[in-house]
Design a protein around this ligand. Structure first.
Ligand SMILES: *[C@@H]1O[C@H](CO)[C@@H](O)[C@H](O)[C@H]1NC(C)=O
Ligand SMILES: *[C@@H]1O[C@H](CO)[C@@H](O)[C@H](O)[C@H]1NC(C)=O
Ligand SMILES: *[C@@H]1O[C@H](CO)[C@@H](O)[C@H](O)[C@H]1NC(C)=O
Ligand SMILES: *[C@@H]1O[C@H](CO)[C@@H](O)[C@H](O)[C@H]1NC(C)=O
Ligand SMILES: *[C@@H]1O[C@H](CO)[C@@H](O)[C@H](O)[C@H]1NC(C)=O
Ligand SMILES: *[C@@H]1O[C@H](CO)[C@@H](O)[C@H](O)[C@H]1NC(C)=O
Ligand SMILES: *[C@@H]1O[C@H](CO)[C@@H](O)[C@H](O)[C@H]1NC(C)=O
Length: 497
């Protein structure tokens, strides 16, 4: 009897569902006023849409929701909707009920996107696959030129009002350009002066922390800060974890930066104290929300976003520590970036076109120009070698591969302004990223399509017999939607020579 009634009591008091990050912030008296994630619901009760995608084949859109209230995104909805075509993330919905959704960022004071109206690019929907406790989901992989924004928000801090924010990011995807941000920015998309922003920044811009970066910093406008001034703050460490939790918060007179390994352990405080001088105290926050760009739409940065929120009020460290425990328990892990027939490291391959015009043509090169040429077993060894490629571990990520020219060892297929070249490696981060490719099942149902690691909307495509890194329906002529699937699909076979 005693056991039975204890058990019964336990059933009534034990929470049936785990609190989400926004339930934790609400309990702490600092509720979420924006909650964005393509990977999971951030309130235990949330079962609405997480994000919207648009597909290249017919322009149709669909919304992706969680598998259950409070759960992980249903990646199957995306995978089936995007079968045999490409998809872009058009909207990241606000789960807070305040309609603070993020959509394609408009042109700003510092930069225009390549869209006809100057908007930034949208992120490929499949650029950042992960698992959460074993369930597949997709993050938002942001290459340079890509960004999301909301300039007409509801409930986001303005002026010197207190706020907090956290984001879960990829600690290995960054650069030093301005600005991979998530947080509070100008409503005009122009630089309106110091103190008009308060956003998380991740990358190597502004030599502000210990080591060589990347760092979690705060973009407060006209300054990426690690502490109370523009000097290096040795307590703001170089981040080495694959998944990183980044925290920024501010209230009148004081603010803080915190961070940690999103997969385990606690948050550390990198700075907590006085505001910088020179226009940052009091703050003049405007309350727009940005993702992947600076407040003035500077769009040269790269990074990956999985989830993040903005709060009303200054969250306590204890509340943030509970959020960190929740993030760690969500179980973020990496998963394969490739699919389709295996293209094995250590093999040597040729790529045959599959478009009806061109099925005797193979990817070859003439000097630095990558092209297609008709090649057969009877051709000269020189031609055969020019159409033959060594498969090596991806120069930027061993999850993908790079293709070394068989006749020019040390030179690799890389994209530059979205054309493909055979260039000698210069060892730079940019070169390694431009030369890393993630093969997937062929878009037209045959062989493989070869996706850029650094610009995952872009694929190997032949167009007038020249090779490009093309995006379906993008701004360049070689991005034409007609024949996109065929022109980006290759039969990958043994090398000619
Ligand atoms: C997930 O999406 C797939 C494909 O759209 C659908 O068949 C399935 O019912 C969804 N699962 C849940 C739990 O909603
Ligand atoms: C910056 O702040 C640190 C920590 O308070 C202080 O030690 C240092 O002197 C400051 N540097 C400048 C240039 O103000
Ligand atoms: C982050 O945490 C995970 C899980 O415990 C661990 O495997 C990984 O090594 C940690 N990363 C760093 C840089 O400590
Ligand atoms: C494109 O690919 C599809 C599917 O493999 C095929 O049926 C069609 O004939 C191809 N069209 C051209 C023009 O190559
Ligand atoms: C190669 O040459 C032989 C002999 O001339 C010929 O029979 C064969 O069809 C040629 N093969 C190709 C692929 O052109
Ligand atoms: C790559 O090749 C192109 C075409 O020859 C050339 O313009 C460019 O400078 C080369 N880049 C590097 C880094 O070698
Ligand atoms: C779509 O892709 C699947 C998987 O790669 C393939 O089996 C199928 O043939 C493709 N269909 C078309 C019409 O391309």
């Amino acid at each position: 009897m005693f056991q039975f009634s204890s058990l019964l009591a336990l059933c009534f008091v034990a929470p049936l569902v785990t609190a989400g990050p926004c339930d934790i912030y609400a309990s702490g008296g600092t509720p979420c006023v924006a909650a964005h994630s393509t990977t999971r619901a951030l309130f235990s009760s949330y079962s609405g849409s997480l994000y919207q995608i648009n597909r290249g084949s017919d322009g149709a859109t669909t919304n992706i929701g969680p598998l259950s209230a409070g759960g992980v995104a249903n990646a199957s909805t995306q995978d089936s909707f995007c079968a045999n075509t490409t998809c872009l993330i058009t909207t990241i919905f606000d789960q807070s009920g305040r309609d603070n959704h993020l959509t394609q960022a408009p042109p700003g004071g510092a930069a225009r996107g390549t869209d006809p109206n100057g908007f930034d690019n949208l992120a490929a929907a499949d650029g950042a696959p992960v698992t959460l406790n074993g369930q597949k989901a997709y993050g938002v992989f942001i290459p340079p030129g890509t960004g999301y924004r909301n300039d007409a928000t509801n409930g986001i801090a303005v002026g010197d009002a207190a706020e907090g924010m956290y984001a879960v990011l990829d600690g290995t995807h960054f650069n030093g350009n301005c600005c991979f941000d998530y947080g509070n920015a100008e409503t005009s998309a122009h630089d309106t002066g110091n103190g008009h922003m308060e956003a998380i920044y991740f990358g190597t811009g502004g030599a502000a922390g210990a080591g060589s970066g990347p760092w979690v910093l705060a973009d407060l406008e006209n300054g990426l800060f690690s502490g109370p001034n523009r000097s290096v703050n040795p307590s703001d460490p170089t981040i080495t974890s694959r998944f990183v939790t980044a925290v920024v918060k501010g209230e009148p007179g004081t603010w803080a930066i915190r961070g940690g390994n999103a997969s385990s352990g606690l948050l550390s405080t990198f700075w907590s104290g006085a505001r910088p001088s020179g226009g940052y105290n009091p703050m003049q926050k405007e309350g727009a929300i940005i993702l992947g760009i600076g407040g003035d739409n500077s769009n040269g940065a790269q990074g990956t976003f999985y989830e993040g929120v903005m709060t009303s009020g200054y969250p306590s460290d204890a509340t943030e520590n509970s959020v960190q425990a929740n993030v760690a328990a969500a179980g973020y892990a990496t998963t394969s970036l490739t699919s389709g027939p295996a293209i094995s490291v250590g093999s040597a391959v040729s790529f045959r076109a599959t478009t009806a015009c061109c099925t005797t043509r193979y990817i070859a090169h003439t000097g630095a120009t990558v092209n297609t040429q008709v090649v057969s077993s009877n051709d000269t060894n020189a031609l055969k070698l020019s159409a033959s490629w060594n498969v090596v571990a991806g120069l930027a990520s061993s999850a993908c591969v790079s293709f070394e020219s068989r006749d020019t060892p040390g030179s690799f297929i890389r994209h530059s302004d979205f054309q493909l070249f055979v260039n000698a490696t210069d060892g730079s981060k940019l070169f390694r990223e431009d030369a890393t490719w993630c093969p997937r099942a062929g878009l037209n149902g045959q062989g493989n399509s070869i996706r850029s690691w650094s610009y995952p909307a872009h694929y190997f495509r032949h167009f007038n017999a020249i090779l490009y890194a093309a995006s379906n329906g993008g701004a360049d002529t070689f991005d034409a939607t007609a024949l996109f699937n065929n022109d980006t699909t290759w039969i990958v076979g043994p090398a000619f020579a």
